[in-house]
Write a protein that binds this ligand. Structure first.
Ligand SMILES: [Zn+2]
Length: 311
């Protein structure tokens, strides 16, 4: 995971939605993707969220606390000895009386059947859809740093779940693309505008700012490019005019020789032939005495007229 993804997730982990409906939605997403339900005997159950991200563990704990009153424990386990990778387990211990919570969180439906997709009641409102998407991204998402190749993805264990989340995205105006990779299912975005919409939608302001900065930088670069193109166009115009002048002067000299030219035009005519890619201003600076650009333009016009008219 890039550090950019890490920063984005740290920010998202600190957001606790205000509305109860959204708290339920986000916790439901975290449970769906990072959670499991275990029977622990005596009709007791343990609902557990496992994550290697301390921020997600803290958030899950806070959401549980805000929504329900039952015993919670947080356990930290090290995956292997001498390994710094840690897992955080947020455990909710459920008695018989707490079972309705599973229904509230969209884990079992009204008939006490396990829900495999996303329970519709959880994401009915727009605010809840956004909260659910934030939970999904926190649990299974990553996003590339802006500026390089644009990529945002979320990984799912089943096609059904990926499809459900894709539909939530659709109703929020985000077209997530679905693909299969090594027996997992991926929702992804490649378009920078869509990625910006997505990270704005889930409230990742840090990431949003980074993306906007890169965009501002890019548009500035485009402006500079336009300026360069404009200068190139001017240069082409100057060259075109110069070639026309050179042609006129050659015709004129063929007819009346350099010595035949009026004295005040002679030096300029020769300079033009010697420096075909210099501007009128530059030619004026080479004349002795120097002459302004408009003065040069006037004499150049005279030369062209002479080349056309009979002498
Ligand atoms: Zn809501």
């Amino acid at each position: 995971m890039s550090s950019f993804s890490g920063e984005t997730k740290n920010e998202l982990a600190r957001i606790i939605p205000e509305n109860r409906c959204c708290q339920v939605a986000e916790l439901s997403a975290l449970l769906r993707l990072n959670g499991k339900l275990e029977l622990t005997g005596n009709n007791r159950k343990r609902l557990c969220i496992t994550t290697d991200n301390a921020g997600i563990a803290r958030k899950s704990f806070k959401l549980f606390k805000a929504l329900f009153e039952f015993p919670l424990t947080v356990v930290m386990e090290t995956k292997r000895r001498f390994n710094t990778n840690r897992n955080y387990l947020v455990n909710a211990h459920l008695d018989e009386q707490h079972i309705t919570i599973l229904n509230k969180l969209g884990i079992i439906d009204d008939q006490n059947h396990l829900v495999y997709g996303v329970e519709r009641g959880i994401v009915r409102k727009r605010c809840c859809k956004r909260a659910y998407m934030r939970g999904v991204f926190l649990a299974r998402g990553s996003v590339s740093k802006p500026g390089g190749s644009y990529h945002l993805e979320m990984v799912f264990p089943t096609h059904e779940l990926a499809r459900s989340v894709q539909r939530i995205g659709e109703s929020l105006g985000i077209r997530l693309r679905l693909t299969e990779r090594k027996k997992t299912f991926l929702l992804y975005l490649k378009d920078s505008d869509q990625i910006v919409d997505f990270i704005r939608m889930i409230g990742a302001n840090y990431a949003l700012l980074e993306y906007e900065n890169v965009r501002v930088y890019k548009s500035m670069k485009n402006q500079v490019n336009r300026q360069v193109n404009c200068e190139t166009a001017n240069l082409e115009k100057t060259l075109e005019a110069s070639l026309r002048q050179v042609e006129s002067i050659r015709r004129l000299i063929d007819r009346i020789t350099v010595e035949g030219l009026p004295e005040n035009l002679r030096e300029l005519a020769v300079l033009r032939l010697d420096y075909p890619d210099s501007s009128l201003k530059e030619l004026g600076e080479m004349l002795s005495p120097p002459l302004s650009k408009s003065g040069v333009a006037y004499r150049m016009k005279k030369l062209e007229q002479l080349s056309e008219g009979p002498m």
